[in-house]
Write a protein that binds this ligand. Structure first.
Ligand SMILES: Cc1ncc(COP(=O)(O)O)c(C=O)c1O
Length: 394
């Protein structure tokens, strides 16, 4: 493991090792999630933006960006996980076979009535809670959402407006807020729908992560027959990154992509865990401050930690300035490339990529050349419109 420090970010490099079980996040799991999502009235494939001018300037084969800003009208990818997981939980509760059911099954009067008495509870930095609130409304259920200290009011309100949840800002950091949500669920007999796993709480988050795979399957189908040589994935607890990484490593076994896991330096729990080198996931404690609200999480998700640890080639811990550069560059692209509205947690991988592309030494470190096919996911749009305007202007 080699650690290198640059002006605005640090990088850990390693050779991936084979080993972790990737079967839970296979093409089959992705196909099942996609089939469910396609049955939702609000479903539409999100665009895969090809940055052709940038690719030509940077002398790489392609740079693709999966733009999740319009997913279900929620401005972020997270509704994919909340809705699929809620579907699986409700199927289990109501004795429905998920393979024979989809959203339309839940329009039946008897099933709708049964759903009316069910309350879900979760903790969130914002986007997951919005997805849960929206999904609860689709299924006719209720939801309670808890948010960490420092959350901006606009994000709390967006959760209530997205669906049928009541949302509340607590006095604690993200990890402590998750514990609070778990104990409220237990006390009230409500269902905890959390987008991270720990020992003994794995089935629900595994369904959430499988829900995220819809975006990976869509992206693969939109890449004109290419497969990524490089994947840059941002991580909070790492559920999204680990699931998408497992999907692509599984799918491209002959030539697995080089995966970079990208985090805010203040809350770089995956980076810190990899650096510790003992194979275990380690939390980052305290009250980390970063504008990347969706990535401000202190403990890696236990189910995907082995995937992140063993399959990734690079771990990157970035200053906020990296994502600010990414947000501005997405908004003012090269030549005729389309603009992408990308928020604080969406753009960090792009800011990092642009720094890498502008330096021969970094290109060589990340093994980027004329054959490189680079895939990024802009995981959110302007979920905090004031914050977005402050960075991008206009
Ligand atoms: C916009 C956005 N991107 C990325 C992530 C990171 O996802 P995860 O916590 O699964 O690592 C989040 C998490 O909330 C998010 O909201």
């Amino acid at each position: 493991m080699k650690e290198l420090h640059f002006d605005q970010f640090s990088v850990l490099c390693q050779e991936p090792v084979p080993g972790p079980d990737l079967s839970g996040f296979s093409g089959q799991a992705a196909a099942e999630a996609l089939r469910f999502h396609q049955s939702l009235p609000d479903y539409a494939e999100t665009p895969l933006v090809s940055l052709g001018c940038l690719s030509a300037q940077a002398q790489v084969k392609a740079v693709f960006v999966k733009d999740e800003s319009a997913r279900f009208g929620l401005k972020a990818f997270k509704g994919l996980g909340g809705s699929y997981c809620m579907f699986r939980i409700l199927c289990e509760r109501l004795g429905l076979d998920p393979a024979e059911s989809d959203y339309r099954t839940f329009l039946r009067e008897d099933i709708r009535q049964a759903c009316g008495g069910i309350t879900f509870v979760t903790a969130t930095d914002g986007n997951h809670g919005k997805g849960v609130s929206w999904a609860a409304k689709q299924f006719g259920c209720r939801a309670r959402v808890f948010m960490p200290k420092g959350t901006v009011e606009v994000r709390r309100r967006a959760i209530e407006e997205a669906g049928s949840a009541t949302a509340e800002i607590t006095q604690w950091n993200y990890d402590r807020t998750v514990q609070h949500a778990a104990s409220v669920a237990e006390r009230n007999g409500w269902i905890l729908i959390q987008d991270t796993a720990w020992e003994g709480y794995e089935k629900v988050p595994a369904w959430i992560i499988q829900g995220y795979l819809t975006l990976a399957l869509e992206a693969l189908g939109q890449m004109n027959g290419l497969t990524p040589t490089h994947l840059f994935l941002q991580a909070g607890v790492g559920s999204m990154a680990g699931g998408i990484e497992a999907f692509f490593v599984n799918r491209c076994r002959e030539h697995p992509p080089l995966v970079s896991i990208v985090e805010p330096e203040e809350a770089a729990c995956v980076y810190r865990s990899a650096l510790a080198g003992d194979g275990l996931a380690h939390p980052v404690t305290g009250n980390p401050v970063t504008i990347m609200a969706g990535l401000n999480c202190g403990t890696p998700c236990s189910i995907v930690w082995p995937v992140l640890r063993d399959c990734s080639s690079y771990f990157c811990a970035c200053r906020d300035t990296v994502t600010e550069q990414g947000m501005r560059a997405y908004a003012s692209p090269a030549g005729n490339d389309p603009a992408v509205v990308s928020g604080e947690s969406g753009a960090v991988t792009y800011g990092l990529l642009l720094s890498i592309l502008s330096s021969e030494a970094l290109r060589s470190l990340f093994r980027i050349n004329r054959e490189s096919v680079i895939l990024l996911i802009s995981t959110e749009g302007d979920t905090d419109p004031d914050g977005y305007r402050r960075v991008v202007g206009g």
